[in-house]
Design a binder for this molecule. Structure first.
Ligand code: ARG
Length: 565
């Protein structure tokens, strides 16, 4: 595709001697409205060099600059030099590129096949998979797809919380009160009940805490009974989680969670020791981080058991050795900011030069209207219930509006789940929000179903118009509504790059929402199927480009784009 911004740079460099092209590239701005052009070059910096008022410089540059095939107009306005892209050139380059590369048209290869780890979801086993987990799961999956799209070999890791002292409690509780059959009928709820009961009883009876510690030690010592129970708890939990991942269409490349590192802990402790980073503190061993304004990190308890952060140190080292990652990305709530700051600092202190290739991608909290989510207080909304309700209400809408639709069930799933994902990915990730059923199930306004519907509408136009890719007369595309849409399509690759660079999928969500809106405006104001043959072909190729881009964008967000709905 023609890089018009680069053409602006070339033009400026051709009339200003000794100017750094990269600096010019950076200085170029996108004006707030198209009346001021597609690009603007501010002349303030040059004013210092030439000792002249910026508006005089803008005037002079405008007069020196000859015509260019890429711009229909170049004019000075105040201290700015404004560039107006030639619309036929723009339309031609965008539509040709999309026709040729299809859904890959924004896929710049910046990864060069390098490995990039995206760790996301990572729920704790034997605990509910609730609405609080939706963010890491959905944001992580989108980042994973975006990285793959941009030429990386992305690796999706689910760092399951499947280890730690709480499993001592669960095993002890199961041995006292548990029943296999009951649990297998409703694993998470039943395991949760056991866990809650154990905690309550342990408040009254100290001996229970010893039992829990005993069983965790036995688990660490690979006592057969303990390992078998733990394995079973992990299996039944994963079965439940996988139902949700299936609904969401998410797959992981690895489920190496905390337990995977249980035999890799000694090496970490020895290494920390050898590097002089461990300190004794009341029988436990810590890494002192006072110098870096952080509380100490507890690495090993006085009874010898290791902790969450110890397993994370082991995981980081393992991942580097095993995957030789370019980046190791953790999509984890901002509540764990300190944890990851400590982790990365410790890895750095261990002398690993890749420490800062480990990147924590935080996101804000989800709370409920009656307060924070709390498993213990029973304030939890299961993610599976949210997805199922969304599918149910979509099914009802389809029954009302389009009862003869084929594959109703499949479409209800694609649209219902898509609505939830889209909403989740619409706002910048760092924002907190309060979960609300009504809003979650509403399909009005800037929503997933709106964008999916625009895609389906485009598809039906292409079918009715019997569209085939081929030569078209690009100059026929010149209505304002058409050019607005073309511009948005042209800028889609940049939205994908922004999403990657800022690790923020919402750039894509918002951009395709704008494309859907512009598409609908175009559709409402420009007759397509009833136009003369040449114009019809030109317009249909714009419809094709919009459809292809919306589908590519939804795909990057992990959302399906049904052809009919
Ligand atoms: N299991 C943890 C939790 O639910 C999240 C794990 C995050 N990842 C990590 N490498 N520490 O809070």
């Amino acid at each position: 595709m023609i890089d018009f911004r680069k053409e602006v740079v070339d033009l400026i460099c051709s009339v200003v001697a000794d100017i750094d092209a990269q600096e010019v590239y950076r200085l170029i701005e996108i004006p707030p409205s198209y009346d001021l052009g597609d690009y603007a070059f501010p002349c303030f910096k040059l004013a210092k060099i030439f000792r002249k008022a910026p508006n005089l410089i803008a005037e002079e540059l405008a007069s020196k600059m000859g015509s260019s095939e890429y711009f229909e107009k170049i004019e000075n306005k105040g201290p700015y030099l404004n560039f107006f892209i030639d619309k036929v050139k723009l339309t031609e380059t965008v539509l040709r590129e999309i026709a040729e590369k299809k859904d890959k048209f924004a896929a710049k290869d910046i990864g060069g096949g390098r490995n990039i780890i995206v760790e996301f979801s990572s729920p704790n086993i034997a605990k509910p998979f609730h609405i609080g987990h939706i963010r890491t799961t959905v944001i992580g999956n989108a980042l994973y797809k975006i990285c793959n799209y941009l030429g990386f070999n992305a690796i999706a890791i689910n760092h399951l919380g499947d280890y730690g002292t709480q499993f001592g409690m669960l095993i002890a509780a199961f041995k006292k009160w548990g029943d296999k059959e009951t649990i297998e009928k409703d694993p998470i709820n039943e395991l949760l009940k056991l866990y809650v009961k154990f905690n309550a009883e342990a408040e009254k009876d100290e001996a229970l805490k010893d039992e829990a510690r005993y069983w965790f030690k036995e688990l660490e010592n690979k006592n057969q009974e303990a390992v078998q129970l733990w394995q079973w708890i992990r299996d039944v939990s994963l079965m439940e989680f996988n139902r949700v991942y299936d609904l969401l269409g998410i797959k992981f490349d690895s489920y190496a969670g905390e337990s995977f590192y249980s035999d890799k802990m000694n090496r970490v402790i020895e290494e920390l020791e050898a590097k002089g980073l461990l300190k004794e503190s009341e029988g436990a061993r810590i890494v002192d981080l006072e110098e870096y304004d952080m509380p100490p990190a507890l690495i090993q308890k006085s009874d010898g058991s290791t902790l969450y952060i110890t397993r994370d140190i082991a995981a980081a080292i393992y991942r580097k050795e095993h995957y030789d990652f370019y980046k190791n990305i953790y999509v984890v709530a901002s509540q764990q900011n300190l944890h990851f700051k400590q982790l990365i600092k410790i890895v750095e202190l261990m002398g690993y030069d890749w420490a800062n290739d480990c990147i924590h991608v935080p996101f804000g909290m989800v709370s409920l209207e009656d307060g924070t989510l709390s498993t213990r207080k029973g304030r939890v909304v299961f993610l599976e219930d949210v997805l199922k309700k969304a599918i149910d209400s979509t099914r009802k809408i389809i029954e009302e509006k389009n009862p003869n639709l084929e594959n109703k069930e499949e479409v209800a799933k694609q649209v219902g789940v898509g609505a939830i994902l889209f909403q989740e990915l619409f706002n910048s990730r760092i924002k907190d929000y309060v979960f609300n059923w009504e809003r979650t199930l509403s399909f009005e306004g800037e929503t997933g179903p709106y964008v999916q519907y625009s895609h389906a509408r485009a598809n039906s136009l292409l079918e009715k118009g019997n569209f085939q890719l081929g030569e078209i007369n690009y100059s026929l595309i010149n209505a304002e509504e058409e050019i607005d849409l073309v511009r948005l399509l042209y800028n889609f690759p940049q939205a994908v790059l922004d999403a990657y660079e800022k690790l923020e999928p919402s750039f894509i969500t918002r951009h395709i929402t704008e494309i859907a809106k512009a598409f609908n405006k175009f559709y409402n104001s420009c007759p397509i199927l009833s136009a003369d043959e040449d114009l019809k072909r030109a317009r249909l190729s714009l419809v094709y480009a919009a459809k292809t881009t919306i589908k590519a964008g939804l795909g990057l967000l992990g959302i399906e784009a049904p052809d009919k709905m």
